[in-house]
Design a protein around this ligand. Sequence first.
Ligand code: WTA
Length: 678
Amino acid sequence: MSEKTKDVVETSEAEIAVHWQEEAYFHASPGFIGQANLTDESIFERFALKNFPDYYTEFAELLTWYKYWDEVLDSSDAPCFKWFKGGLINASYNCIDRHLKANKNKTAIHFVSELEDEAIQHITYQELYVRVNEFAALLRDTAKLKRGDRVTIHMPMSAELPITMLACSRLGVIHSVVFGGFSASACADRIVDSQSRVLITMDAYYRGGKLLNHKAVDEEACQIAAEGGQVVDTLLVWQRYPGKNSSDTPAVEGRDIIVNDELKKYYGVRVEPEKMLSEDPLFLMYTSGTTGKPKGCQHGTGGYLAYVTAMSKYIQDIHPEDVYWCMADIGWITGHSFIVYGPLALCASTVIYEGVPTYPDAGRCWRIAQALDVNIFHTAPTAIRALRKVGPDEPAKYTYNFKHMTTVGEPIEPEVWKWYQKEVGKEKAVIVDTWWQTETGGFLCSTVPGLQPMKPGSAGPGVPGIHPVIFDEDGNELPAGSGKAGNICIQNPWPGMFQTIWGDRPRFVKNYFERYCKNLDSKDWRDWPYLTGDAAVQAPDGYFRILGRIDDVINVSGHRLGTKEIESAALTVNEVAEAAVVPVAHEVKGKEPDLYVALKPGFKASDEIVKKIDEAITYQIGKIAKCRKIWIVPDMPKTRSGKIMRRVLGAISNHGDVGNVMTLANPEVVEEIKKMVG
Ligand code: WTA
């Protein structure tokens, strides 16, 4: 067992002793249950482990296939599992074409600009079909993209972003969407890793009332990528405000193509969807892990789409007549699965909001909900905490009716859950607390809203088909009610699970499976429990409470950041010798990073160095990784073997107990740092 993991699990147990308090159940109203998509209890029996993997055909049958699969699960290359092997399918067809016959005039996407006086765009399924086809023709004929190529998309929240994704999937081009707030350097890393010769961007977008020049960021990303060995030969630029804004950066001859102009060549053109193998990759989504280098999670086509469609239907309870708003960013997995692919596969109307939830004031979200008659609302605890802080009484001022609400991305405090339920949900909406990850494609734990009661602060049991287990350090199972925290794993593979890390199968096996796999040559799925990297505890009723990461990942405002990524950025500053990032509790953001650095000999701490480090982090990653504080310390607290004791630094930043530090190589430095931090 590694020293690090042991530390963390022990801390978690202590945490539970302090914070663990069993919450009372909340029940869905008969009105909700009466209309819910899933109220048949036999699902749990059908989806019992003994029926694995065949039960997942129920999910696959929600989709339209050109050809059914030959095999539900192929484990011959475990743990790179292939779902619905041999089946032929297209994601764009399933999200658009198949709805046209009955619903072409229905709104597919409502796009809400941050500018409140700009008209909301209502894009019908027919219009989505036309625009996706035309853009697919442009990708094929102008950008010369074909099946299997990768393309990086660095775009803000806009209707054009899902249009771009769906045009890629129509052609079988693998998209890699990079969150719009990431810096040029972070975008370039992803261009290089995915070997994208085409980058798709947008000129500008609004954020907090300001029009930001986004094209300029990608201008720089192209330069950095070229230095890293990947030339972007085509930069496609969507124009949000053609000719009207100050953000037009000069076009590079031969490389830049203004999409709005180029599209005129393709008006009326239709592109036949590619018949993809179910196991062909649909997209890459880069996420943070334990090293400085983000990993490209590769998601497949048939399995992923079947899984997110089923989750949207049974857990999100989306019906075609619903107006569904997931207030996440499409640049993260939540947006891929639950703004774009899941809801559109179900023919729902999905809302895309460009901007900041509290801009220009605390009532903005509820005005949008009222205007569009939203009835399903999905967001993260960080947004809920922010909305509660700035406008606890705002929801009551607006007339909207949520039947269902979701929380995702971080643990939600019972107090915050209760405000969400009472004030936002007006005591009528059910809440699902969905626990999952970029890697998992869709939900792992949640309650089924029409069947299982909710418990504030607990995600719930595994969703139908997912069989979680908590292991201690030695691989022993910690049963429900043990009161002990451990590493939560999933016993079985599932269709939404990522297929591998792009170009790095050894890392895929090592990070997610090696820990509890008994036989690395095994072709039997039973031998490959999936390590989620979260610590959890299971209550006697089987509900899981997620305690947080056991590795070097922190969730800041629901954004997943690798501490190593921030440390690596700090280490690019010449004066910095060592860097360590620790999470600090924050009332709205959940966690914030605190950065400790020690300088190389001969350098003295100064505001100038702090500023340099701060700028390096913004440059390498983006403003989302900004640290709460950068502490320049005389030395890092270290073990005798020279390991930086992040646990001690974490305790200091959080004003907690540093424990016994006498065994450290330099215990005196702990006192010095404590005085500094206060
Ligand atoms: C955390 C976001 C508690 C968890 C979908 C996980 C949660 C990481 C929850 C994945 C939840 C996500 N309760 N913690 N409901 N949902 N997490 O990849 O630590 O951005 O491992 O995916 O967020 O973050 P990611």
